[in-house]
Write a protein that binds this ligand. Structure first.
Ligand code: GLP
Length: 241
């Protein structure tokens, strides 16, 4: 595992944008696994900036997102599809048809999860998967559990995740209780993992995830078994390492 220590959130985002930019330049038809949340926002802004400066071309890129709330329409401003459109896709020259997010409106979860797995397979797998880290160690929406769930699945969100994500909604009651998420195997099959973490509230869980026991109680701990992981964190998030 490579660990890059950044000064702060801005520096973390710059380093992450550098790594993603390098991939796009070297492999113009790459498959990018993308994430939502506050961690990647500035990274996306920098990618947009570089596109506008003429340094990046997304016309051959395909994107596939980690997760989506179940029940939210794409135009709901809390959906992850909306987040991706407004923070990245609408501002770059990626072909909209090549941007993929689980369909939150699909009621049949077995169908939707199977469709998503098949889609990733058809795309030839993910070249680089960008990940944030939940305070409870979740990646995507793989919540702490007794076992790792391998494939894309429908998950009941934990109380701590609902609590953490309610800041984006009018109230905790408005946070959807379920989500579709890539599974642990889906994520682990990505050829390269790039995790970004910032802030002292993540320090403890970063230490547990990367230097503690590998357990489904801390889903991100499985990344210790991946052979190409880059962790980019700011000083605060990496302060306990
Ligand atoms: C959310 C998302 C994750 C994200 C994580 C951390 O619940 N499902 O994909 O990485 O929580 O979010 P943040 O970056 O806002 O701390």
């Amino acid at each position: 595992m490579k660990i890059y220590k950044a000064k702060d959130y801005t520096d973390m985002s710059r380093k992450a944008a550098n790594i993603i930019s390098a991939l796009i330049i070297l492999k113009e038809n790459c498959v990018l696994g993308l994430a939502t949340g506050s961690s990647p926002k500035e990274t996306y802004r920098l990618l947009v900036e570089r596109y506008k400066a003429g340094d990046l071309d997304f016309s051959g890129v395909t994107s596939i997102n980690l997760d989506e709330y179940r029940g939210l329409a794409p135009d709901n401003d809390q959906s992850y599809r909306y987040f991706m459109d407004t923070n990245l896709f609408n501002h770059i020259n990626i072909n909209a048809e090549n941007t993929h997010v689980p369909n939150g409106l699909e009621q049949d979860s077995i169908l939707e999860c199977a469709r998503y797995e098949e889609l990733i397979r058809k795309l030839g797998g993910i070249d680089l998967q960008l990940l944030g880290l939940g305070h409870n160690g979740h990646i995507g929406f793989n919540e702490p559990a007794e076992v790792f769930t391998a494939d894309t699945h429908c998950v009941d969100l934990s109380e701590s995740t609902i609590e953490a994500n309610k800041r984006f909604f009018d109230s905790a009651d408005d946070v959807p209780r379920q989500a579709y998420t890539m599974g642990i195997k889906t994520i682990m099959q990505a050829r390269r993992i790039l995790m970004i973490v910032s802030g002292d509230s993540k320090a403890q869980i970063v230490k547990q995830a990367f230097f503690g026991p590998i357990t489904p109680r801390v889903p991100a701990s499985i990344l210790q078994l991946h052979n190409n992981v880059t962790l980019v964190g700011d000083e605060a998030a990496l302060s306990l390492l």
